[in-house]
Design a protein around this ligand. Structure first.
Ligand code: PQ2
Ligand code: NAD
Length: 221
């Protein structure tokens, strides 16, 4: 499996099954995509999320397609991704087959191994915008993905602010005409500096000040 970050804005994600797993996936994808959930019943969490603001869109469609009817839903909605999250393996298998036949990515939530080409797994994700870390065990152990996510969460606290600051500093150094090798060396020092990480915890301008101390040391060498 190859890890990729996929921009799903303006795309449709079609989820079959509105239970615990379908809800988690739907709410996750709705940060960016338009999500349609087809299911005879919906978990409370999903009904609440449907009412809350902040999501691109979640459409709840009350229906219970049998395996033969799944294909039609995929054709009608032209999704970028199909999520098979019902508790009926035959419906999940039909959703997977319909997606693969239509050249659409598919996430089968009820199986771990033996994936077909075109299938995707949803990783455990840590976000500190614009930084995001995704963990997968290749489907072998989702519980381990979750445990590692909890461990790494503390580790990358503040990475978003560091990404923004070091991105800006890179622009400043380019504008100042600093030669590329010195610039790269300076930025490498900034992102590894304990002083800058600690400074950022106190606030943006603190972090920036610490970073300039590090940068000038590299430039003056
Ligand atoms: C990471 C995460 C993302 C998310 O879903 O958001 C995710 N599962 C999470 C949690 C979790 N899932 C399960 C448990 C209970 C413990 C256990 O049984 O192990 C826990 C832990 C818990 O709940 O504590 C049960 C489970 N999961 C799958 C099966 C089917 C099977 O194994 O056959 C079964 C058995 C069902 C049964 O027995 O009936 C399948 C998949 N689950 C995946 C992702 C994909 C592989 C990811 C990877 O490569 O590691 C994959 C293959 C497909 C997919 O869904 O994409 C999310 C953690 C989010 C977070 O907290 O950060
Ligand atoms: N990937 C994961 O992280 C993960 C975690 C736990 C369980 N699972 C697996 O995922 C599946 C779903 O788990 P769950 O806990 O959400 O189950 P659940 O029973 O809470 O939800 C299943 C949902 O599917 C709906 N459904 C039933 N028939 C349908 C049909 N024909 N069309 C559309 N929707 C239909 C039900 O109404 C229900 O809302 C199970 O097979 C389970 O083994 C996966």
């Amino acid at each position: 499996m190859t890890p990729l970050y996929h921009d799903l804005s303006e795309e449709t994600v079609l989820v079959f099954g509105g239970g615990a797993v379908g809800s988690r996936k739907a709410i996750g994808f709705a940060d960016e995509a338009c999500v349609v959930v087809v299911s005879p019943a919906f978990a409370d969490r999903l009904l609440a999320a449907d009412d809350a603001a902040g999501h691109a869109e979640i459409d709840l469609v009350r229906a219970e397609p049998d395996p033969g009817a799944v294909w039609e839903w995929v054709q009608r909605l032209s999704p970028a991704l199909v999520v098979a999250a019902t508790d009926d393996p035959a419906v999940n298998a039909a959703a997977e087959a319909a997606a693969l036949e239509s050249g659409v990515l598919v996430n089968r939530t009820d199986v771990s191994g033996g994936r077909d080409a075109g299938s995707v797994v949803v990783p455990a994700t840590i976000e500190d915008d614009p930084v995001s870390v995704a963990i997968s065990t290749g489907g072998a152990s989702p519980a381990l993905s979750k445990a590692l996510r909890q461990r790494i969460e503390a580790e990358i606290d503040g990475a978003g602010a560091m990404a923004e600051l070091s991105g800006e500093l890179r622009g400043d150094l380019i504008d100042r005409g600093i030669d590329p090798e010195t610039r790269r060396e300076a930025i490498r020092h900034v992102v590894r500096s304990e002083g800058v990480w600690k400074g950022l915890q106190k606030g943006r301008s603190n972090g920036r000040q610490e970073a300039y101390t590090v940068i000038e040391e590299v430039i003056d060498r």
